[in-house]
Design a protein around this ligand. Structure first.
Ligand SMILES: Nc1ncnc2c1ncn2[C@@H]1O[C@H](COP(=O)(O)OP(=O)(O)OP(=O)(O)O)[C@@H](O)[C@H]1O
Ligand SMILES: [Mg+2]
Length: 277
């Protein structure tokens, strides 16, 4: 059986005035209809990995892979037009900051309707109904009212949910969620994750969940990839986190606060130069 997504030796680098910045340095993994978490500290290349799959790598970047495929489709070979067709319809990505993903001068409802009508030949009326249904599915209480609001008129949590609605309305097979809840406070964060969890299992999607929060990822995903300096340093089942072998993962686990038990002195993550080789 072909995997939903195959990433083999993916590399992304940026030519800069001071030399080449290697953001992703040979990442490989396969994904089925499952929930995969990618964790790693800031700058470890998580977002660039997601963006490469989505086809949103900045134009100045150099990208290569032995294979980057969605099902049988070679993502590095298809045209920009085919890419656009795939994006939104079959692969969707919730970007790290919803503020930049929603169009500020278009009402939330219209944005969802436009997404639908770009990919499906349906009437305005039907698109409106589907958009309202989707807003209700992400637990927006008054979909009719929110439909006509502009992004600046809703709260951060609502904006994030509207984004999720927009990304899921076409029923993608793969969803990449890049820190979908980092900008939210903890209670709203859990609500949004709950919604995401429900939608992913109800609709049988593959999910890549990117976060720097190891605990969150392991509670939410089936499998976790740990990235450090553009590489995968460890891959484990989420339930098996306590058996992590790589010292970086162990370090991250040690840094998690424990409610019971003495935490003095606080552990420090001692980075070894050889981790980034
Ligand atoms: N346009 C760019 N030009 C040059 N370097 C870039 C560019 N975009 C990203 N990078 C570099 O690529 C590396 C990986 O970035 P990436 O955004 O994937 O990190 P991340 O793991 O998502 O971090 P965070 O947790 O902060 O979101 C970083 O070192 C970053 O500085
Ligand atoms: Mg990022």
């Amino acid at each position: 059986m072909t995997a939903l997504l195959t990433v083999d030796n993916l590399k992304v680098s940026f030519p800069t005035r001071t030399g080449l910045v290697e953001a992703v340095r040979g990442v490989s993994f396969k994904l089925g209809k499952e929930r995969l978490g990618i964790v790693g500290e800031s700058g470890s290349g998580k977002s660039q990995t997601g963006r490469a799959i989505m086809g949103l790598t900045p134009s100045q970047a150099l990208i290569s892979a032995d294979r980057l495929a969605f099902g049988d489709t070679d993502l590095l070979k298809i045209s920009a037009r085919e890419r656009r067709h795939l994006r939104g319809k079959q692969i969707a990505m919730i970007l790290q900051d919803p503020k930049y993903s929603l169009n500020p001068v278009m009402s939330i409802g219209r944005q969802i309707v436009e997404t639908l009508r770009t990919h499906e030949a349906i009437s305005k009326r039907e698109a409106r109904l589907r958009a309202l249904d989707m807003l209700a599915a992400v637990q927006i209480n008054e979909p009719q009212r929110v439909f006509d609001l502009f992004p600046h008129e809703v709260s951060g949590g609502m904006g994030q949910r509207a984004m999720i609605a927009m990304m899921l309305v076409c029923g993608p097979e793969l969803l990449i969620a890049d820190e979908p809840t980092s900008a939210l406070d903890v209670t709203v964060q859990l609500e949004v994750l709950d919604i995401l969890d429900k939608l992913v299992s109800e609709r049988g999607m593959g999910l890549i969940f990117i976060s720097h929060d190891l605990r969150l990822v392991s509670s939410f995903c089936d499998r976790v990839i740990v990235m450090y300096a553009g590489r995968v340093v460890e891959e484990l089942a989420a339930s098996d986190l306590s058996n992590a072998k790589h010292p970086y993962t162990q370090g991250l686990l040690n840094c998690l606060p424990k409610i019971a038990g003495d935490r003095h002195p606080l552990p420090i993550l001692e980075r070894q130069a050889e981790w980034s080789l």
